[in-house]
Design a protein around this ligand. Structure first.
Ligand SMILES: [Zn+2]
Ligand SMILES: [Zn+2]
Length: 239
């Protein structure tokens, strides 16, 4: 209550650097150019940005070699030093503003994915945040995305079936093994998910292993297709 009161009295701060800005949820003039927003051209499948225009249906080498289990993935930002700040734990008062702004950027990045989705659900809280956070940022972002749409959000569609341990330092294949069968559908939603197009929301897409594990769980439960929307994604330089 006191915190909420303070929120309405204190000036709004930049999401990037905590400088005072004109409106809540904004970036200051200095921070804005530092964020790398992802726009076309990008891989039609996983959304990784391309350096050159190659046509709207082109897929990246990684997707051609090993198609991901999800249908499509999109992200608003490249995950770098700047956007990393946005996925660090937010102070109480910033959360609503952050969810609103980031949700708006993500909705823009989602494009058709949002129009085609019937359900929106967050990836359950990640192991590495269990100790440092008491809230799920993916849920916060999913709420931000759903805000301006008529999409039904199901916060507990998926839950963690087991402890997966650290993903840090693991290679893509090891990560996939590590998160295999890590998620389960909440039995309450067994009927709700059947034949539905699901939009899965997370904060960062790294190798996609977590998103794929969630996708497999949803597909087994009868989902028609699963798309993935994240605030940021790791973009590795081309080899
Ligand atoms: Zn700033
Ligand atoms: Zn791709």
């Amino acid at each position: 209550m006191l915190l909420r009161l303070l929120d309405s009295v204190l000036p709004p701060l930049c999401l990037g650097c905590n400088e005072i800005v004109a409106e809540p949820g904004a970036l200051c003039a200095a921070c804005w150019p530092g964020f790398t927003f992802i726009a076309a051209p990008h891989c039609a499948r996983c959304g990784v940005p391309f350096a050159d225009e190659v046509g709207p249906d082109a897929q990246c080498g990684a997707c051609l070699k090993r198609p991901p289990r999800f249908r499509k993935a999109r992200a608003a930002l490249v995950y770098d030093d700047k956007s990393r700040r946005l996925v660090l734990p937010f102070k109480h008062g910033d959360r609503t503003d952050m969810a609103r702004s980031c949700g708006r950027w993500m909705a823009r990045a989602a494009g058709d994915l949002l129009a085609e989705a019937e359900l929106i659900a967050p990836v359950p809280l990640h192991w590495r945040r269990l100790f440092t956070r008491r809230y799920n940022q993916a849920l916060l972002l999913a709420r931000g995305v759903a805000r301006d749409s008529k999409l039904r959000i199901i916060p507990d569609l998926l839950r963690r079936a087991r402890w997966t341990g650290s993903q840090a330092g693991l290679k893509a294949e090891e990560r996939r093994k590590n998160v295999r069968r890590a998620f389960e559908l909440h039995p309450r939603w067994a009927e709700a998910v059947k034949d539905k197009a699901v939009l899965l929301v997370d904060d960062v897409l790294t190798t996609g292993a977590t998103a794929e594990a969630c996708t497999v769980t949803l597909q087994r439960a009868g989902a028609r297709h699963v798309d993935v929307l994240t605030l940021a994604r790791v973009v590795r330089p081309a080899l």
